[in-house]
Design a protein around this ligand. Structure first.
Ligand SMILES: Cc1cc2nc3c(=O)[nH]c(=O)nc-3n(C[C@H](O)[C@H](O)[C@H](O)COP(=O)(O)OP(=O)(O)OC[C@H]3O[C@@H](n4cnc5c(N)ncnc54)[C@H](O)[C@@H]3O)c2cc1C
Length: 306
């Protein structure tokens, strides 16, 4: 379980003392505030704070003096218009601050999204917990033969059992050595200096868990979700993006609906691909050879048009 009883009690205490506010409140998001959503074996995502709701997007788009809301239907239409036409700044008026616990190798992919504010748990100051991501056996797959950047067939039971053994024993041994290096009591019980935490941590594998606070506006969060909740993203970051997506759907349902429709469910076509679609609609049997596209482009185009 990722959170201890003490941490859960702290969260419940925070939730037990609501205060009145004049600020915009999203009922859907209030239900998530502070609560942890489990991800992977020890990770989680939880909302620490947020600003704005669907109405705030419309308020900014209309540069309104008051609420800026006409009607829910009207607002949803405006939000879809903004999304459709890449008028993105109104979405930047909404922000969310998340507390995320994640393996270091996932954090390395995540941190590439530069348009967020991050503060990470300090392994110079604190001692890291003995918590490592150990995949479920069904996640253990061979290198893909068609996509250099992905997984292919599942490992056999015997191979996956061996891999799990290696992952667990390496993690345990590295952590034992980490603890030994920073420890101030020698094997003989005599006091020793102990290595600084900032140096001892270099021995830890990248499946150890780290934590951070991550604050981002809705426009850039959608960009993150578009890339990381996508089937091409690595499973271990995708499950975090999926957990965040569910929270966002409750926070700003109209904006999320538009995002799902235009970005997650939609596709961008090149001029060449669009030309092929037009020719196909007119009844022409377009092939890769007559399309002007490369084999790779044609394969992806066929996937898009089904
Ligand atoms: C499936 C997948 C595979 C990937 N593989 C690799 C890989 O092999 N190697 C690798 O290094 N990365 C890889 N990445 C990371 C990828 O290249 C991006 O760094 C990452 O997705 C963050 O995207 P971003 O820069 O658009 O996001 P953000 O950093 O959030 O930026 C959002 C947008 O702001 C603008 N922006 C932000 N900062 C700058 C800047 N300094 N200059 C100009 N414009 C800026 C850009 O328009 C950008 O799109 C991969 C990502 C995915 C999703």
């Amino acid at each position: 379980m990722p959170l201890s009883p003490d941490q859960l009690a702290e969260i419940e205490e925070l939730r037990a003392s609501p205060r009145q506010t004049l600020r915009a409140v999203s009922e859907g998001m209030e239900a998530h505030l502070y609560r942890a959503h489990d991800v992977l074996d020890h990770g989680f995502v939880r909302v620490i704070d947020y600003m704005g709701d669907d109405a705030a997007i419309c308020q900014a788009a209309r540069v309104s003096y008051g609420k800026g809301t006409k009607s829910v239907q009207n607002d949803a239409g405006l939000i879809r218009y903004l999304m459709r036409h890449w008028h993105s700044t109104p979405f930047e008026m909404c922000e969310v601050k998340l507390h995320v616990k994640l393996p270091v190798f996932v954090a390395r992919q995540w941190i590439r999204h530069r348009t967020a504010n991050v503060n990470e748990y300090s392994a110079r100051y604190s001692i890291l917990d003995r918590e490592f991501y150990i995949p479920e056996p069904e996640q253990l797959a061979a290198q893909s033969v068609i996509n250099n950047q992905g997984r292919g067939a599942a490992l056999t039971d015997a191979e996956s059992a061996r891999v799990l053994d290696i992952l667990k024993s390496d993690a345990a041994q590295c952590y034992d050595h980490y603890a030994e290096m920073i420890g101030t009591e020698g094997a003989d019980g005599a006091e020793k200096q102990g290595l600084a935490r900032e140096l001892a941590r270099m021995n830890l594998p990248s499946n150890i868990y780290t934590q951070w606070y991550w604050k981002v506006d809705l426009h850039n969060l959608f960009h993150f979700l578009r890339l990381r909740a996508d089937a091409h993203a690595q499973y271990e970051i995708r499950v975090y993006a999926d957990a965040i997506a569910k929270v966002v759907a409750d926070w700003v349902p109209a904006a999320y609906g538009a995002f799902e429709d235009y970005r997650m469910g939609g596709e961008t076509l090149s001029a060449q691909a669009l030309d092929c679609v037009r020719r196909m609609v007119k009844g022409e049997a377009v092939t890769q050879e007559t399309s002007g596209m490369s084999k790779g482009e044609w394969r992806e185009f066929e996937e898009v048009i089904g």
